[in-house]
Design a binder for this molecule. Structure first.
Ligand SMILES: [Cu+2]
Length: 114
């Protein structure tokens, strides 16, 4: 958890810098649970500088988080294939980022950064 804490702290620092005159940084980081062969929720709406953390929690079933978007600066994030643990990605650019589990293509989700 120490590494995750450092990641979050870094994200908040970056968000704080990007927010400029918008006031103190607010934690808007989102968690997506991987369970029952699906992403919950399937759509995550965040702001620039926020981090999405996917938690692998599907009773030992292996999954991955793989971006399917092309032609975008952040359209290439991908986790390892895992049956437990978590994967985080911080989004520094506005955009819509679709992703899937390559083992189960019906498992899809989207991160929308505004
Ligand atoms: Cu899967």
């Amino acid at each position: 958890m120490r590494a995750l804490g450092a990641t979050i702290a870094t994200g908040l620092l970056v968000a704080s810098v990007l927010a400029g005159t918008a006031g103190p940084a607010q934690a808007r980081d989102k968690t997506v649970e991987i369970n029952n062969n699906a992403f919950w929720p399937s759509t995550s709406r965040i702001l620039i500088g926020d981090t999405v953390t996917w938690e692998f929690n599907d009773e030992g079933v292996e999954h991955n988080v793989t971006a399917t978007g092309k032609g975008t600066a952040e359209g290439d994030f991908a986790s390892e294939t895992m049956s437990e643990g978590e994967f985080s990605h911080t989004f520094m650019r506005q955009g819509t980022y679709p992703y899937e589990c390559t083992l189960h293509p019906q498992m899809s989700g989207t991160v929308i950064v505004r």
